[in-house]
Design a protein around this ligand. Structure first.
Ligand SMILES: N[C@@H](CCC(=O)N[C@@H](CS)C(=O)NCC(=O)O)C(=O)O
Length: 215
């Protein structure tokens, strides 16, 4: 099984299924494509149905899109318990992961990751201003606080134990760190959302990803 990803320094979309596969204990290889080079673009054209990464090559198929790969993982590795066991938590965990998958365009646009800003490097940049950015950050803070308060008792992740939304929100924690977002300015009075982001950044799998990106 092969996961094809973009550059580890920048590719927030690639990090998500990589974290999910690690949680499954899956045996997989990782192939990085430099999507910023002409050769990488040609490779994308050749191998990717959507011209995007990540891709998972398994059982003779190419599964594209980070959410589709995560859903496949939950099917293939039920013992990894990738979604919360409690039904209410599970419904909301899927809502949260899908909201991240399809939304927060202002955060993506104004706090982008790419050759100018790395997801894992030590460099930091000031928080830009931009249409919709404050609304996106406030919404993320509110979401993190609500889920942690309602469902987080069993651990330090969004729904207590680790689940798919944690993979989808790890790139948010890296953006908040890189752009030095002070979450208390966005409704996180007592640090609940910040503690969650800290837990995401301290995940051993994420630290492994960061270390390999910086090598
Ligand atoms: N919704 C897709 C988004 C994937 C995506 O946007 N991937 C970026 C890399 S982070 C990409 O492949 N970009 C190729 C390019 O810009 O040419 C997913 O979840 O997999």
């Amino acid at each position: 099984m092969e996961l094809i990803i973009g550059p580890r320094l920048y590719s927030t979309w690639s990090l998500r299924p990589w974290l999910v596969l690690k949680r499954c204990g899956a045996a997989f290889t990782t192939t990085e494509i430099d999507i910023y080079s002409a050769a990488g673009q040609a490779e994308l054209e050749r191998i990717s149905p959507s011209r995007l990464v990540p891709l998972l090559k398994v059982d003779g198929e190419t599964i594209w899109d980070s959410m589709a790969i995560s859903v496949w993982c939950a099917e293939r590795y039920p013992e990894a318990k990738l979604w919360p066991a409690d039904a209410h938590a599970r419904w909301l965990a899927r809502s949260a992961a899908c909201e991240m998958h399809g939304g927060f365009m202002a955060l993506r646009t104004h706090c982008g990751m790419g050759p100018d800003h790395t997801m894992v490097g030590p460099d930091r940049s000031p928080l830009p201003t931009g249409e919709g950015l404050e609304r996106d950050i406030r919404r993320l803070v509110a979401l993190f606080r609500e889920m942690r308060t309602r469902f987080g008792a069993g651990g330090s992740y969004l729904f207590g134990e680790w689940s798919v939304p944690d993979a989808f929100f790890t790139p948010v924690a890296t953006r908040f760190r890189h752009f030095q977002v002070n979450l208390s300015d966005f409704g996180d009075e007592d640090g609940v959302a910040q503690a969650y982001c800290d837990a995401l950044l301290a995940q051993p799998d994420f630290l492994e990803w960061s270390a390999s990106a910086l090598r």
